[in-house]
Design a binder for this molecule. Sequence first.
Ligand SMILES: *Cc1c(COP(=O)(O)O)cnc(C)c1O
Length: 343
Amino acid sequence: MNRTYVDLRSDTVTKPGPAMRAAMANADVGDDVYGEDPTVRALEDRVAELFGHSFALFAPTGVMANQIAIRLGVRPGGELVLDADAHIVAHEDAAAAWHGGIQTRTTLSPRGLLDPADLARLIRVGNPYTVGTDLVAVEQTHNRGGGSVYPLDRLVAIRDLVHGSGLRLHCDGARIWNAHAATGTPLRAYGELFDTLSVCLSKGLGAPAGSVVLLPAEYEADARRMRHRMGGGLRQAGILAAGGLYALDHHIERLVEDHERARELYTLLTDAGLTVTEPETNIVLVELGATGPDTAEVVARCHAERVSVSAFGPRLLRLVTHLDVDAAGCARAAAAIVRAAKD
Ligand SMILES: *Cc1c(COP(=O)(O)O)cnc(C)c1O
């Protein structure tokens, strides 16, 4: 019996390997609040270059990276339009409302991907008794949508609509690397569509922590102040940034392997009769039947077999493939899930 834990709860559970740790241990560092950490600067320049932007800011978490962009893009009392299952709505503890006094106006969309026609109905011009939209946000790939990918032409249509309405477009690109790996779309082709863009280094890329937010250059001073105000002014953050740089060098192209693992899970689970959303990237959603064990029960049964999966709803599981699970681990997890989901 294989005793190793197969942890499919999230692609955040990966641990840095020896080469990444060596890069981190040897990083050249300085005080980043003074703007003196050369490794943080190198990471910011690198990410800006990858997406064709002129200004990038390191942030300790993806939530903070999103919140910096949102708060710079929406006045207090202003409105952010996005899909109802967006991470910004579902998983950021109402930070936009709490910190920014920002109203969200949302719509449920298939697999979380906004339709330009729906969006055209949602965005609105303000007047003395109607709040106006300041910012629109998309999520690429979409987490709750099961790692779904916006086709490039849909994003172009959204960008044209948003800019044509005189608004700005933000992308929560925590997993935009997976969209790039799955479709071959150059990162720059994504970068040029968005006024602001947040990317995570600690999801599929496997760094222990860190995100980067891309912003218009004129936001720099405000963005640094906003990050500091939220408690994100780190000192020798180059140790973290070095992990991010290592991840950019070594872990982008290999994401296709995670996508293959997700496909294998999908095949094994559907062959066993489970209802599974077809994965486009590294996330697999499993819908449990109306009768039989519920999510909590399935999670507990899997746990007993040393397999971890996420509860994503009363009858919905999320499985995420990543750097630290191989094909054999996925096969073992699939068998455990199939047993657990049976009555
Ligand atoms: C994980 C994630 C984030 C950021 O989360 P942190 O845990 O704060 O790094 C943002 N957006 C999406 C879509 C995510 O999956």
